[in-house]
Design a protein around this ligand. Structure first.
Ligand SMILES: NC(=O)C1=CN([C@@H]2O[C@H](COP(=O)(O)OP(=O)(O)OC[C@H]3O[C@@H](n4cnc5c(N)ncnc54)[C@H](O)[C@@H]3O)[C@@H](O)[C@H]2O)C=CC1
Ligand SMILES: O=C([O-])CC(=O)C(=O)O
Length: 350
């Protein structure tokens, strides 16, 4: 059987880490694409030179041409700009909307049957733009954020209670922003819900509240430490788990930014919810019963996503509108020509 083809659009910090993980896990042949010519080629060569040491077989190619994406089974998109200290993810909206529009077009032309995972921020709006620009079915375009936010929540809980991360199951609902909703009631250690663990004395309500807030601020905490960019190891691991579930039809239940068509009362937006990811893409969306306070938090988070998508819609409409011919310059040119004609006629008479 031929190997799968994994295209990584954006060969920066996350792109390079994705490529290494795809190689180590032998998920398939890898194409790294980036607009900076030389970077994807250099990273591809460096990575493939690690294959004899690590013991994996895969082809690695770097390119700055969209045709390199031809026939890809999975595309993971990290193209664009990452934030620096003092910026919010939303500050990236203008520049990254333009990038997602170009990338979507490249995917539409070269690999319309692929399963596409968007990572670029602000995530929930960028995955919406990417789906619109690529025209791929919504079941095949998803956003990665929930796996990462949930991993952070899981890690902080495991550290607090001194238990293995493997036994902590937790997830985060809503948009990938300050208003994300870590789901305390549905998070467990070995099946025991967090509220029960508080009763058992494993955790205090005060510590749990701090962990919830630290999870919400997880991205900013790393940006503040790195200073030159944002997290990339955990984001890459998170996206690879989604790609693996699709390629191996594992049907894992993972929190992803999925296109909602009425679930949770939300229509036409991408928002983080638990999904079943298998060979058919997003195969199912899990709709949980939320209590009043969870509903209110989700509503706030969805409101933030909806506001960003409205800005994207405006930008896309403006970009698609026919350009009006500039009027001032030709008018000036015509006046100049008239004056010149009059002067020539005067000269001729004289
Ligand atoms: N969804 C999530 O949970 C997370 C999202 N992110 C986001 O992921 C994105 C990438 O992050 P990093 O890899 O750390 O950034 P990076 O700056 O290291 O890499 C981005 C790469 O995209 C390339 N690029 C820019 N415009 C392009 C275009 N039009 N076509 C192809 N490539 C293009 C750049 O040359 C660069 O190599 C950022 O927007 C960041 O905010 C980061 C962490 C988590
Ligand atoms: O915070 C950022 O800019 C990157 C990101 O989304 C994360 O690490 O969660």
């Amino acid at each position: 059987m031929a190997r799968n083809k994994i295209a990584l659009v954006g060969a920066g910090n996350i792109g390079g880490t994705l490529a290494l993980l795809a190689g180590l896990k032998e998920l398939g042949d890898v194409v790294l694409f980036d607009i900076i010519d030389g970077v994807p080629q250099g990273k591809a060569l460096d990575l493939v030179e690690s294959s004899p040491v690590e013991g994996f077989d895969a082809k690695f190619v770097g390119s700055s041409k969209y045709s390199a994406l031809k026939g890809a089974d999975v595309v993971i998109v990290t193209a664009g700009v990452a934030r620096k200290p003092g910026m919010s993810r939303d500050d990236l909206l203008g520049i990254n909307t333009k990038v997602m529009t170009a990338v979507g077009e490249g995917i539409r032309k070269n690999c319309p049957k692929a399963f596409v995972i968007c990572i670029t921020n602000p995530l929930d709006a960028m995955v919406w733009v990417l789906q619109q620009a690529s025209g791929l079915p919504a079941s095949h375009v998803v956003g990665m954020a929930g796996v990462l936010d949930s991993a952070r929540f899981r890690y902080f809980l495991a550290e607090e209670m001194s238990v293995s991360v493997e036994d902590v199951s937790a997830f985060v609902l809503g948009g990938h922003g300050d208003t994300m909703v870590p789901m305390v009631r549905y998070s467990t250690v070995a099946g025991i819900p967090l509220p029960d663990l508080i009763k058992l004395g494993w955790l205090t309500k005060e510590r749990l509240d701090k962990i919830v807030q630290r999870t919400r601020d997880g991205g900013a905490e790393i940006v503040g430490l790195l200073k030159t960019g944002s997290a990339f190891y955990a984001p890459a691991s998170s996206a690879i788990s989604m790609a693996e579930s699709y390629l191996k039809d594992k049907k894992r239940v993972l929190p992803c930014a999925a296109h909602l068509t009425g679930q949770y009362g939300i229509k036409g937006l991408y928002v983080g919810v638990p999904c079943v990811i298998g060979a058919k893409g997003v195969e199912r969306i899990v709709e949980l019963t939320l209590n009043k306070s969870e509903q209110a938090m989700l509503k706030k988070s969805v409101g933030a996503v909806s506001g960003l998508v409205d800005v994207c819609k405006g930008m896309m409409k403006q970009a698609a509108a026919p350009k009006k011919a500039p009027r001032k310059a030709p008018a000036k040119a015509a006046k100049k020509a008239r004056v010149a004609r009059k002067a020539t006629a005067k000269k001729a008479k004289a």
